[in-house]
Design a protein. Sequence first.
Lengths: 273, 108
Amino acid sequence: MSLVFAGVSSHAPGITGRAKMADPKVAERFFDAYRAMGAQLEAARPEALVVVAAEHFANFFMNNMPAFAVGMADAYEGPIEDPQWLAIARTSVPGNAALSKRLIEEMMQTVDLAYAEEWKFDHGIMVPLNFLTPRFDLPVIPVNINCQGPPLTPLHRAWAFGEALRRAADAAPERIAVVGTGGISHWPATPDSGKINEAWDREFLGCWEANDKEALLSYTDEATYRDAGQGGFEIRTFAAVAAAAKGCGTVQFYQPIPIFSVGCTIATMQVAA
Amino acid sequence: MSLYQMQKFLFNLNRDSATQDRFRTDLPGLLSGYQLTAEEREAIVSRDVGLLYVLGANGQLLMHYAALLGMPWGDYIAAMRAGVAQHGPVRAGIYAMTTRLDERVANI
């Protein structure tokens, strides 16, 4: 039918794995906002959820690193990490290979992407699903944008991918939702883990809410690395969602939670024609 | 430069339970499959997370290796800082430390 829901959310592994180390009041407000986004998603009655994530060497490595990859399986397993470390039990998540194939065929008309009939979900997908679809029952179509191993996928190509995803979703009879996951500024898994550039985050989210393509694509990797850390490269997922949704966004929740290593973000975007 | 090989080892170790078993029972044999420098090999054998960090291991690989070794989060952060204090700044990759050595982030 079309794209019926669009949003973005944080996926840092500390959100679940270090949940008990955070101030419970702050963490619970964030978790409530995350679950509320899940309720909005459910109300849109999607038949499949495309999760545009930034994978972290769970499936893809520098021996063969795609700029974009899309899953094409009927089931996926996750988390690939130690379930105790992530505090999410290992489970099977349904996919929809036939729908994936149709979306991939259409997206390939304008974007060169890799597809994968085997894919293990890491925290980039499992943490969002843990809150959005806690029964892990909504079929997921995973997407990876290379935000990890330079040369990275150019930001403007992430935009082009989002446009292709929208075109493909509109051509499908199914009701499709898209959620982009990633950090804004953060320095994860370094000694600086917990450092957050709140001013940078708020400015970026302002551009995202306005769906200001020119502003969103003006972030250079050099400046992002300097001001927002290597985790900031994950803004590609936010750009892809903005390109797909075409509407204006609303930030439902933003709060730096250092022990989670990220400015925790929950936002939705209107799907416009 | 065999940083690629060192990271390939971490990648395989993190995602493959058979490799994890071999890590525990036959580390020399496991490492013989990778073209590592003496420094990289020693860092792995001695479980020196700080040195692996300085050598440029991507944090998304290294943090799972630390978890596999049973290191709590705070110990992992401390090991990276100790590595920089002992061996100097991170030599490669995109996970360099940007805070001061004595800085505490997120109360860790």
